[in-house]
Design a protein around this ligand. Structure first.
Ligand SMILES: [Zn+2]
Length: 140
């Protein structure tokens, strides 16, 4: 019980680390947070993918039991789920690429022009590999 008079070092100790936020695109603390987000996103999508492949099998089974119109509906539904699957895989790849960039200390830099990506853009989508300018060029 002799710890009553022991005091922790002052909390408001100014750290020179904050200066780094001006030279680095993304702070270490933000990187940790983004890494967490990306891992959660990827794992969630991988789980959805496993559940989704079982759903596709169900559609195939149903086709033998339903009429022509329903069969078209089923095919349409299957096409839509394939499209969703493609986008899901793309997002998983983007998340994994972003995690690699975090490991390499390149996270937050545009993979095309190496300029800093706007932090607000990263907040919206941490998987984004491109700055807004390059993304706009890509879409055209
Ligand atoms: Zn760029």
């Amino acid at each position: 019980m002799g710890s009553r008079n022991r005091r922790a070092s002052p909390a408001a100790h100014p750290s020179p680390a904050y200066l780094n936020s001006f030279s680095l695109a993304v702070k270490d603390s933000d990187c940790v947070r983004f890494k967490q987000q990306l891992i959660e996103l990827r794992d969630e999508l991988l789980r959805t993918e496993q559940a989704g492949s079982e759903g596709a099998k169900t559609v195939e089974l149903d086709q033998s039991r339903v009429g022509r119109l329903s069969r078209m509906d089923a095919l349409q539904a299957q096409a839509m789920s394939l499209d969703a699957e493609r986008r899901r895989r793309l997002t998983i790849r983007r998340a994994e690429a972003a995690l690699t960039r975090i490991e390499n200390g390149e996270f937050g830099l545009c993979v095309r022009c190496e300029e800093e990506i706007n932090p607000k853009r990263l907040e919206l989508d941490p998987t984004t590999p491109l700055c807004i300018d390059c993304a706009n060029k890509e879409e055209k």
